[in-house]
Design a protein around this ligand. Structure first.
Ligand code: RB5
Length: 151
């Protein structure tokens, strides 16, 4: 069976943890596509969040991983893409709930606030937890169908 391709990207603040998490993903048997950044030099998180989120939006990949200092900038940019549900998770429990209840298809790690060990534990929890569906199905659908102002 072909390995699942998982893109990963960070800015400078997430660079070191990205290297660690990408190695862990490879070890877990995934085909990791590292779309940058490729050094600790200062960069803008949106330049990496958008290309990764576009892959998810287009259905090229089912899921992806982003990292920045707080996780916030990356999540703001990724969540502008249709069908993308990017969740900042700082514990394995939050990552599991982001899957179970919110069907998060992008994991965002706050690199300045989690250790390498925690980062991998959060990653594994997100990778291994299924969406529960049921009552959460309609709630997740409503994310994409928010009424427009004046409608
Ligand atoms: C970079 O200093 C930092 O602002 C960025 O990584 C991220 O935390 C933004 O949301």
């Amino acid at each position: 069976m072909a390995k699942e391709r998982i893109p990963i990207a960070s800015d400078h603040a997430g660079y070191e943890l990205k290297q660690h998490v990408a190695a862990a993903l490879t070890k877990l048997g995934y085909d990791v596509e590292d779309i940058g950044t490729h050094s600790p030099a200062s960069t803008d998180y949106a330049d990496y969040a958008h290309p990764l989120a576009e892959k998810v939006e287009r259905g090229e990949v089912a899921r992806g991983v982003l990292l920045c200092g707080t996780g916030l900038g990356m999540s703001y940019a990724a969540n502008r893409h249709a069908g993308v549900r990017a969740a900042v998770a700082w514990t394995p429990e939050i990552a599991a709930l982001a899957r179970k209840h919110n069907d998060a298809n992008v994991l965002v790690l706050p690199a300045r606030f989690v250790s390498e060990e925690d980062g991998v534990a959060i990653l594994k929890s997100w990778l291994e937890t299924e969406f529960e569906g049921g009552r959460h199905e309609a709630r997740v659908k409503k994310i994409e169908t928010a009424p427009k102002e004046g409608a």
